[in-house]
Design a protein around this ligand. Structure first.
Ligand code: BES
Ligand code: MN
Ligand code: MN
Length: 460
């Protein structure tokens, strides 16, 4: 059997694949910070070089933002199935750096909670995950001299900052990217022994609000009581976003939100996602948010409004009696089902403007908008992946949803008409976006084997 030889090669080659991942992890590809622009380009170049060693026709495509890598490899014959694999080589900023046990860009194998892990920024999100697919393809090529399906690879460098340059690229290279299916490795497992396939991702709308009041910072004794305080205005607006029951109060916000089909609801209830168990590792014990909803609804299928940052006035050490001239907040909305991000942006801005006094002004900065994605629960693609994953892991694969967002995924369907498969091997304690990010060696190894199995299954 071809597949068993490929799997055996992945086992033997694990150490080498870790070395290659380490090389990739050393690049500081922080996409949101212009300081690392050059590093992002170098990362793309490394990937091009690596894909060429497998036999891909790979190239770097520059954009006004960070470059994208596109690579093509033929299948075994002209009628072979064609898959597009998507991953992102950019990573989140490392700060606060002081909280890292090791240099985030000097990867190490460590032992954490009895498991061997790779520690580095991007080890899990998404360099390690992305390389599980590339390693599977490499082993296939080395072992059999060909790939079981035709493969196109799309690796971007702006996922963590909204993927804005990628959309224009779709117009230019859409024909090159269109395949039968899109495969994405950027989600997590249900449990370390239980793989998962995600059937939905939440969308994301990012807005920054800046409220300007007086024309300078004021003495709060001299003017206090008479002059508008923009921090108070802002605080009121942010507090007004939710009602007593934790529901978002923006007009029309819930338009397009659907209830989950009974059958799925029952399956998810049976997964027994316990609030206490979910919150304990992060030091909390009480469910916040919308009242009367199960935990899996709150984090998977209900929309949210969250304030991600707030600033204004004197934030340094000590104390200053000041009324600030301006105050600002960054607010994001996680969107589900058919909620329309642009409609919600408009409604949010109206909501804010109606609460600004006539002698103050407000500005808005757009931080991106992408709709939710909803995949089918029982397509042949899902069934095929489910079987393949269940053969690799101790427990059968489960269908889940994910609360996070991968902005470009909705475009695979809306612009390129592709059905999508979301499979990933991250674990809840990977600390993605946080200090001390890691990826279990087991995730990396069995993730590679999983993709080999999925590719083999797709080819028959
Ligand atoms: N890989 C994550 C998305 C994710 C996280 C999916 C957890 C499933 C489970 C992705 O890299 C990410 O962080 N997305 C951002 C998008 C944003 C920065 C535009 C997000 O969800 O906040
Ligand atoms: Mn990611
Ligand atoms: Mn991320």
């Amino acid at each position: 059997m071809m597949l068993s030889r490929v799997l055996a090669r992945l086992d033997v080659g694990l150490d080498h694949s870790i070395e290659r991942l380490f090389e990739l992890l050393k690049y500081k590809s922080v996409s949101t910070d212009p300081e690392f622009r050059e590093n992002c380009r170098e990362t793309a170049d490394w990937l091009v070089k690596d894909l060429k060693t497998i036999g891909f026709d790979a190239s770097r495509r520059d954009t006004i933002g960070h470059p994208v890598v596109i690579a093509h490899h033929d299948g075994p014959n002209a009628d072979a199935l064609h898959v597009l694999f998507y991953g992102h080589y950019d990573v989140q900023p490392v700060d606060p750096l002081a909280l890292w046990e090791d240099d985030p860009f000097n990867p190490k194998i460590k032992e954490r909670n009895g498991h061997k892990v790779i520690s580095a920024r991007g080890a899990s999100d998404d360099k390690g995950q992305m390389m599980t697919f590339i390693e599977a393809v490499r082993a296939y090529k080395q072992e059999t001299g060909q790939l079981p399906v035709r493969v196109t690879i799309l690796l971007e460098g702006e996922e963590e900052s909204g993927s804005s340059s990628l959309y224009s690229l779709f117009e230019m290279y859409g024909n090159e990217l269109k395949a039968d299916y899109a495969l994405v490795c950027d989600t997590s497992m249900w449990h370390r022994d239980t793989p998962s396939i995600s059937v939905s991702l939440r969308g994301l709308l990012g807005e920054e609000v800046i409220i300007n009041a007086a024309n300078r910072d004021l003495h709060s004794g001299y003017y206090g009581g008479a002059a508008a305080n923009p921090i108070h205005i802002l605080a009121r607006i942010l507090a007004d976003l939710h009602d007593q029951n934790g529901r978002v109060t923006i007009l029309g916000f819930y338009e397009g939100v659907e209830e989950i089909p009974e059958q799925i609801l029952t399956a998810w209830k049976a997964l027994n996602l316990e609030a206490r168990q979910f919150l304990k590792p992060i030091g909390l014990s009480l469910l916040a948010g919308e009242k009367g909803r199960d935990l899996f609804e709150l984090v998977w299928t209900r929309p949210t409004a969250e304030v991600n940052g707030i600033s204004g006035g004197y934030e340094g050490d000590g104390f200053k009696t000041v009324i600030a001239a301006k105050a600002s907040a960054k607010v994001s909305f996680r969107l589900v089902h058919k909620q329309n991000p642009l409609k919600i942006r408009k409604a949010f801005r109206t909501f804010v403007r109606s609460r600004i006094p006539a002698d103050c002004t407000v500005e808005f900065l757009d931080h991106g908008a992408s709709p939710a994605i909803q995949l089918s629960f029982d397509s042949p693609l899902i069934t095929c992946a489910k079987t393949a994953l269940s053969e690799e892991w101790p427990n059968p694969a489960v269908l889940v949803a994910m609360g996070g967002s991968i902005p470009v995924v909705s475009k695979f369907r809306s612009l390129l008409g592709m059905e999508c498969l979301l499979v990933g091997f991250a674990l809840d304690d990977d600390c993605i976006h946080s200090p001390n990010e890691k990826y279990d060696v087991n995730s990396f190894h069995k993730g590679q084997r999983s993709w080999a199995r999925i590719l083999a299954a797709l080819s028959t």
